[in-house]
Design a protein around this ligand. Structure first.
Ligand SMILES: [Zn+2]
Length: 314
């Protein structure tokens, strides 16, 4: 029986099918190349399967040997592929994320290995293929970082009283109402920083909704349609002017960071943002669809026609 990518609607169906490393390799080979293995080094389609039957190939042109894992996130792994597949399933199906100690128990690996798997899988969430947002778009910023009051005296930042944004990292978010979200770590929230990002990710004729942060005045200057809700006056929704959708995403992001991971280092912050964005944008997709999408990303297929993120939230 030929399996489709959408076949796996439960962890048990996945584990039952991928009961050996060979089956995983066969599936990767089939999904990656169908019947026509292409040399990843020179692009030549004239390749031979090596006689060991272990999904090893040789290129007739450049003579290089390669395995079905070259160029995937599984390249050079010592971990059985079944565990990788299970990890991708578990990570994609836990709506608020899965901590490394939990994943380590589920897969029977060390916590260090589980942490490594999580970081590697998180790279699949990168927002490379995000389509442009359009229509009604809410923009907002949030800050993440340690409270000054909890820090040792020697680590405190001068001139802060515990609530300063000086020691926190700003994150800028954009959400299309009833659509996709996009979020990015930024150096600051000045107009000169935000405007190029807005122009990169949003269609020009969109209608923007923001709070009264002065940086957003740049939208008016650029001739864009812009409505402001004055949070300072305790207004949160007025005549359809609101930033409730992006606030909803921040809530989701904070629950993941504080509820599941507890601590997020600055160095890896963008990966956690990417993870939250991916979960939000695929929140209406089934487990099997989400796994199919992750599997495609893991072997380097960016866009899998049936699981385009756009379709998932439609
Ligand atoms: Zn070649």
């Amino acid at each position: 029986m030929k399996l489709t990518l959408n076949h796996f609607n439960s962890l048990i169906s996945l584990v039952n099918h991928f009961n050996s490393d060979k089956r995983c390799r066969d599936f990767i080979t089939e999904q990656r190349w169908g019947g026509n293995v292409v040399c990843p080094f020179c692009g030549c389609t004239h390749t031979y399967a090596c006689s060991n039957g272990d999904n090893q190939f040789k290129c007739a042109d450049c003579k290089k040997r390669f395995s079905c894992l070259v160029g995937t996130i599984f390249h050079n792994t010592k971990l059985p592929l079944q565990k990788w597949f299970m990890a991708m399933y578990l990570i994609s199906s836990h709506k608020k994320g899965i901590p490394s100690h939990q994943l380590s128990r589920d897969l029977d690996v060390t916590q260090k290995t589980a942490w490594f798997i999580l970081q590697k899988v998180r790279t699949l969430f990168a927002q490379y293929d995000t389509p442009a947002l359009e229509g009604e778009i809410e923009l907002d910023e949030m800050y993440l970082g340690g409270r000054e009051t909890n820090k040792h005296q020697s680590k405190k930042t001068e001139g802060t009283q515990g609530r300063s944004t000086k020691t926190k990292t700003p994150i800028f978010g954009m959400v299309q109402r009833d659509g996709l979200v996009h979020a990015i770590k930024v150096t600051d929230t000045k107009a000169s920083t935000l405007l190029p990002i807005i122009k990169q990710f949003c269609a020009e004729n969109s209608h923007f909704f923001t709070d009264e942060l002065s940086s957003y005045i740049c939208l008016d200057g650029a001739g864009m349609k812009h409505s402001v809700i004055e949070h300072g006056k305790k207004e949160f929704s007025k005549d359809g002017i609101t930033t409730n959708s992006i606030e909803g995403f921040w809530g989701h992001f904070k629950r993941m960071v504080f509820g599941t991971y507890h601590f997020v280092s600055k160095d890896y912050l963008q990966r956690y943002i990417d993870e939250a964005v991916y979960r939000y944008n695929t929140r209406k997709a089934s487990e099997s669809t989400r796994f199919a999408d992750m599997f495609c990303k893991s072997i380097g297929i960016v866009s899998y026609t049936d699981v385009k993120v756009v379709k998932l939230v439609a």
